[in-house]
Design a protein around this ligand. Structure first.
Ligand SMILES: Nc1ncnc2c1ncn2[C@@H]1O[C@H](COP(=O)(O)OP(=O)(O)OP(=O)(O)O)[C@@H](O)[C@H]1O
Ligand SMILES: [Mg+2]
Length: 265
């Protein structure tokens, strides 16, 4: 039986090598990280360092070449409702309504119809999507589509939420709103979150810990704890950037990422 003290998720010595007919790419090497229950962990690193690969492996959607993923101290196995993923691109079903898109995973998990209706409607209300219940994705803005993608993940009540640049394709304003939304949801419902981003501000603003990855083959190079009780936590991200502590963290992390970009040639 798993010990109660086991971290929620552990990524242990994960390496990944992609073999194509012509070449071989070492995407990750000896990558280790561990997330406690209820923690919000963000990952930053140079483009191509293996972040999405790590996320796919954490989700169980891609197999590690070596190493293992543990959830509650046990091998994680195949993807399931326990771990939900939100990708950068919305990946909604274009011919299905918003309701059906959000309902999809519940249906696949065999949840009864009345329960599905209740949970999807609650989620729609929570995400401010009630008016769009019967709309199709192409009728929605990019920000609304991404809300649907997030709602689809949250409706499963996953123990672990995996997000790969979920706001990357959004305009700055929508992005700010969704950052605040995700931060609020995390404080309220204590999700365990692994979140990849290119934005150092976003990483600092959302996280309990920011992990910086090295250039490819990626591994975790630095692990920086962000104080939960920092003054700027009560602010929105724009205002948070005005605080000296926030700025220092942001600069420190940015220079760590930058070192990896410079040595990436
Ligand atoms: N299915 C695949 N087959 C072959 N190579 C792959 C595959 N997926 C990823 N790679 C390679 O692995 C490396 C890491 O890719 P990955 O997408 O994980 O990087 P990333 O850190 O997410 O980049 P970005 O910040 O640009 O999203 C890259 O060199 C990429 O070309
Ligand atoms: Mg990526």
């Amino acid at each position: 039986m798993a010990l109660k003290t086991a971290p929620k998720m552990q990524i242990r010595s994960v390496s990944k090598r992609f073999r194509t007919r012509k070449s071989e790419v070492e995407a990750l090497t000896e990558c280790d990280l561990s997330i406690e229950e209820g923690e919000f962990v963000t990952i930053v690193g140079p483009s191509g360092c293996g972040k999405s690969t790590l996320m796919m492996i954490a989700a169980g959607l891609e197999e590690a070449t070596t190493g293992e993923i543990l959830v509650d101290g046990e091998p994680a196995g195949l993807p399931g409702p326990q771990r939900s993923v939100v990708f950068q691109r919305f990946a909604l079903f274009p011919s299905q309504t918003v309701f059906k898109n959000i309902e999809y995973g519940l249906r696949a998990a065999g949840v009864s119809r009345p329960e599905r209706e209740r949970r999807v409607d609650d989620q729609l209300a929570l995400m401010g999507l009630r008016k769009f219940r019967d709309a199709h994705p192409h009728e929605l803005s990019g920000g609304m589509q991404q809300r649907v993608a997030i709602a689809r993940a949250l409706v499963m009540r996953p123990e672990i939420l995996l997000m790969d640049e979920p706001f990357g394709a959004l305009d700055a304003q929508t992005r700010t709103l969704l950052q605040e939304e995700v931060s609020r949801l995390h404080r309220q419902d204590h999700y365990t979150v692994l979140f990849i981003t290119h934005s150092v501000e976003e990483a600092v603003y959302l996280a309990d810990r920011v992990l910086v990855m090295s250039a490819r083959p990626g591994r975790i190079k630095t692990d920086i704890r962000i104080p939960r009780d920092a003054d700027w936590r009560a602010e929105d991200i724009e205002a948070a950037m005005g605080y000296a502590e926030f700025s220092e963290l942001r600069q420190r992390i940015w220079s760590l990422v930058r070192e990896e970009i410079v040595t990436d040639d």
